[in-house]
Ligand binder design. Sequence first.
Ligand code: NDP
Length: 317
Amino acid sequence: MIFIDAARVHELLSYGECIPVMRDAMARLSAGETEQMLRQILPVDQGRMFGVMAGTMGPGGAWGSKLVSVTPERSDPSIPSHQGVVILFDPETGAPACQVEAGALTAIRTASASAMATDVLARGDARELAILGTGEQAHHHALAMLEVRKISNIRIWGRTAAKAEALCQTLSQETGTPVKACSSVEDAVSGADIICTVTAARDPILPASCVKPGAHINLVGSSFDGPREINDDLVAASRFFADSSASVRAQGAELRHALKTGAVDETHLIGEIGEVILGKIAGRLHADDVTIYNSLGHIIQDIAAAAFIFEKGRAGT
Ligand code: NDP
């Protein structure tokens, strides 16, 4: 069994490669070709979690599992929030074929899945990007969004101003796109066509009143039925899509809260991004629609991305 470390994941998996892999994976999920277990999350201590995920791409496809620790609060800022492994099995022999470092894989596949959803749901003329959060996902989301729209400028908000400034510096050097740090969420999202919420906030940070008609939101930061990044009114004001309807119905904090308070009913979750890709349901209907892609993260994304880099590495490309 080979091990593909984080550096090699970055070498083998660009956003440009991963975005179509995510598109295909989500279409296969929504076509019912894949099998997966609902993610299990075991609380550890000090707010840390241990996640166990398993799935198969379907007949002839790879299968595997992800074991991941999530550490929202870290004394050492160089430690990533997500660490672990994705183990991929050979569909021919049933033998474990490779282990992939899960932090880098998760960072790239999550941002690429959001970029893919943005491509599907955002207006074609979307230009202004707001990123709420300053961590690993914030960085990757900013870069991945540039792959799917002609972004004219990026605005970053984070609760620690110095981190927002530092990310601006990095992104500005990496992309050549104008990037500005904002001292409030309102300043960051005002006029934004695409908003990515990628924080570990426990309570809503993005008021509905600040969101421009026609905006697309990638709602990414909460992966279980606990923390919420947006409130019921914004959920209710949106056309709301999931990576996986089963996951979001069972574990999506924002939708579940809005259902509990009666702000929306069961029909509010329109369906999966894969169903939009397959033409089973409509995505954006009107230029002024606010669309939301709720990303909880899915094992099929991990397996598809891991299989892609395994094959690419094996082919020596
Ligand atoms: P990081 O720890 O690198 O960054 C977390 C960010 O959230 C930082 O900007 C941090 O600010 C901010 N933050 C933490 N607490 C709060 C708060 N109470 N209010 C506002 N901002 C806050 O994490 P990642 O970038 O790796 O992940 C971001 C979020 O996305 C996490 O919640 C993670 O679980 C989730 N995630 C979701 C995935 C999916 O597939 N949907 C996949 C991977 C991650 P500061 O540094 O100043 O404390």
